[in-house]
Design a protein around this ligand. Structure first.
Ligand code: GUN
Length: 312
């Protein structure tokens, strides 16, 4: 029975496996907390993460609050700097320089986006590369591209860990990344190449995006356009990683309400894909868990502790 007469799709149709990012992130955070306890007990080291928030963007506020809470829950030290939207570039660079010099701080993150008067790239490159837990600096970008090493940006790292957990080895898979941002698309390309995928990066000028999607065994959507990727663009059985977090207004019996959706039309895609991340509860929780993991990696490197000696 493909469809009921009312237009409601029957629940007897196959549904993709749900990739449970909340559960994976909880396991990763527990492992990080265990490593933090070992670092403290065996080496007397407590990793510290400093986050700088400039301005009062509501979404950034939520992210920064969650980062601080989860940092403390993992047993690490959390340092928060909140600066007004009028902060000058020189003032922000001064804060970064102070954190670079602070031996209790092992990781530094400047929440993006920054207000227009500040040159984002200059600020990112002012963070000491060994404390750059976002992995956005030129040094870490170059290390990932040329050597498959360095600090790996948290969202693409989270996507990779989910793909490996659900698919195992990725070698030979045909992957399509939609979006070419420095935060997700470009580092995702490097990570999937490192895993021996055949990778295509699509973007706003790509011709026949639907056709590109239909060839992909793995689809990573990171474009920030609500529900843009349609169900019939997806190759049957493909694995879909939806990085988008978009707020839309939908009507309900109680009037209009806000809802979070991804870049993929989930309700249609879940009938075609083999596995798919929901929004919320997919990639999102993995990003902060990977940030905590990167902070432990950074702390280990700063004390010449072999991070693999902490792994269970
Ligand atoms: N804004 C949105 N995502 C990110 C991220 O991964 N790192 C930082 N610093 N800012 C962001």
């Amino acid at each position: 029975m493909p469809e009921s007469g009312s237009g409601v799709i029957s629940d007897t149709l196959p549904r993709a496996r749900l990739i449970d990012g909340r559960a994976s992130a909880a396991r990763l955070r527990a492992e990080v907390a265990r490593q933090v306890a070992v670092l403290a007990g065996r080496h007397g080291v407590t990793p510290g993460l400093a986050v700088i928030l400039v301005g009062d963007d509501p979404a950034s506020e939520v992210y920064v609050r969650n980062k601080g809470r989860q940092t403390l829950e993992a047993g690490m030290r959390s340092f928060e700097t909140r600066l007004p939207a009028s902060t000058t570039q020189a003032e922000l660079l001064d804060h970064v320089a102070r954190l670079n010099a602070d031996s209790a701080v092992h990781g530094i993150l400047v929440q993006l986006p920054l207000p227009g008067q500040i040159d984002e790239l200059a600020v990112i490159d002012a963070i000491a590369p060994h404390k750059d837990v976002d992995g956005f600096s030129l040094v870490n970008t170059g290390l990932l591209a040329a050597r498959g090493a360095g600090m790996i940006p948290c969202t693409p790292l989270g996507c990779l860990l989910l793909l490996q957990e659900y698919l195992g080895k990725l070698s030979g898979q045909r992957a399509l990344i939609i979006g070419r941002s420095n935060i997700v698309g470009k580092p995702m390309l490097q990570l999937l190449l490192r895993e021996h995928c055949t990778v295509t990066v699509a973007h706003s000028r790509t011709r026949d995006l639907a056709g590109e999607c239909r060839r992909a065994d793995i689809l990573v959507a990171a474009i920030g356009k609500p529900q843009m990727i349609k169900g019939d663009w997806i190759r049957p059985g493909a694995t879909v990683i939806d990085v988008g977090i978009n707020r839309i207004t939908v009507s309900s019996p109680d009037g209009p309400r806000q809802r979070l959706v991804g870049d993929v039309d989930f309700d249609a895609a879940v009938r075609v894909a083999g596995a798919i991340t929901p929004v919320p509860g997919g990639v999102g929780p993995m990003t902060i868990a990977c940030l905590l993991r990167n902070t432990v990696t950074a702390a280990c490197a700063q004390y010449q502790i072999d991070a693999s000696s902490l792994i269970d």
